[in-house]
Design a protein around this ligand. Structure first.
Ligand code: B12
Length: 261
C-alpha cells in the first residue's frame, strides 16, 4: 500500500504559474506607488484593490474637497497605473486588470457627471478609436474622458474600427487631430495606413498613435504621425495644435510640450 509518510510536499503539488509569482504582496509593491495625498490615495486604493462596493462612496467623498478632473487623474487613473505595473510584475493577472478597470470606470462615470455641469463651448472636434482588429479599449476610454474634460468634442468610434471608417469620419467631422490606440504589434500597422490615406486625400490632420504596442519612434515614423504616451498628455498636445502647431512642430517640441523640458 502507498504511503505519503516521509514525502516532501514542498517538491510536489506545485502550480508552475504560481511559482513564477513574486514573493511580495500587492500591498508591499504598491506602498511607494500610491499617491501621497490621503484623499487621492484612498480613491487609488479602491481601484487597486478592486473594491466595487466602496468606490462610489469614496469618490463621492473625494469630490467634496477635490475637483473632478484631479479625482480622475490623480486618484482613479493613478490606481489603474499601479494595477498595470503589478500585472507586468506578475503580481496581478488578467481578472484583476478587468475588475480594477470596472472599478475605475464606475468612479470615472461619477466624477464625469460633475465635469459636464461646467461644460464650456467646445474647442474643436477630435476623433478617437482603437485600431482595426484590436479590442483593448481601457486606455482609449481614459483618453476620451481626459480630452472631453479639456473642452473638446470627442467622437469616440469605439474599438476594432476599420481603417476606412476612420478616414470617412475624418472627412465628415474635420477634426483637430485623430488618435488611435493599439495594444498589439499586429494591429498598430493600421496607423501608417490611415495616415497614408490622409496624405492621398490631402487631409492635413495629425494622427496621434498611442497604446502599449507603440512608442514615440514608431508614431513618428510616418507623415502626419505624432505620439502621446499617457492619456493625460493629450490636452497638452491638443492645446498646441489649436494654437496652430503642425505635426512637424509638435514632434520637434514634444519634450517641452509634454514634460516641460
Ligand atoms: C486587459 C487586456 C485584455 C482584455 C481587454 C479588455 C478591454 N476592454 O480593453 C481582453 C481580455 C479582452 C484582452 C484580449 C486579448 N489580448 Co490583451 N491584454 C490586456 C492587458 C492585460 C492590459 C491592457 C490594459 O488595458 N492596460 C491598462 C490601460 C490603461 O493601458 P493602455 O491601454 O496601454 O493605456 C495607457 C497608454 O497606452 C495610453 N493610451 C492608450 N490609448 C491612448 C490614447 C490617447 C489619445 C493617449 C494620449 C494615450 C493613450 O494611456 C493609458 C494610460 O494613461 C495587456 C497587458 C499589458 N501589460 O498591457 C494584454 C495584452 C495587450 N493583450 C495581448 C493579447 C495577445 C491579447 C489577445 C490576442 C489574447 C488572445 N490570445 O485572445 C486578445 C486580443 C483580442 C483582440 N483582438 O484585441 C498582448 C499583446 C501582445 C502584443 N504586443 O501584441 C498583451 C500585451 C499581453 C501580453 N503580454 O502578451 N486583453
Amino acid at each position: 500500500m502507498l504511503s505519503s509518510k516521509g514525502v516532501d510536499f514542498s517538491k510536489i503539488l506545485k502550480r508552475y504559474d504560481v511559482e513564477l509569482e513574486v514573493e511580495a504582496t500587492p500591498e508591499d509593491m504598491a506602498k511607494n506607488l500610491l499617491p501621497k495625498d490621503p484623499v487621492f490615495r484612498k480613491v487609488a486604493e479602491e481601484v487597486l484593490y478592486m473594491r466595487l462596493k466602496t468606490i462610489i462612496p469614496s469618490v463621492t467623498e473625494a469630490l467634496k474637497s477635490k475637483d473632478p478632473l484631479s479625482v480622475i487623474n490623480e486618484g482613479l487613473v493613478a490606481g489603474m497605473e499601479i494595477v498595470s505595473k503589478l500585472y507586468a510584475q506578475h503580481v496581478y493577472y488578467l481578472p484583476e486588470i478587468m475588475m480594477a478597470a470596472k472599478t475605475m470606470e464606475m468612479g470615472i462615470s461619477l466624477a464625469e457627471k460633475q465635469l459636464e455641469g461646467g461644460k464650456r463651448k467646445t474647442k474643436a472636434n477630435v476623433i478617437m478609436h482603437t485600431a482595426e482588429g484590436d479590442v483593448h479599449d481601457i486606455g482609449k476610454n481614459i483618453a476620451v474622458i481626459m480630452t472631453r474634460a479639456a473642452g473638446y468634442e470627442v467622437f469616440d468610434m469605439g474599438k476594432d474600427v476599420p481603417v476606412d471608417d476612420v478616414v470617412a469620419k475624418t472627412v465628415e467631422v474635420k477634426p483637430l487631430f485623430v488618435s488611435g490606440t493599439a495594444l498589439m504589434t499586429t494591429t498598430m500597422s493600421a496607423f501608417p495606413r490611415i495616415a497614408a490615406k490622409y496624405v492621398e486625400k490631402k487631409l492635413n490632420v495629425p494622427f496621434m498613435g498611442c497604446g502599449g504596442a507603440v512608442n514615440r519612434e514608431y508614431s513618428n515614423s510616418y507623415d502626419l504621425g505624432i505620439y502621446s504616451d499617457k492619456a493625460a498628455q493629450t490636452p497638452l498636445i491638443a492645446e498646441k495644435l489649436l494654437a496652430g502647431y503642425d505635426w512637424k512642430r509638435v514632434r520637434e517640441e514634444w519634450d517641452v510640450i509634454v514634460r516641460g523640458e
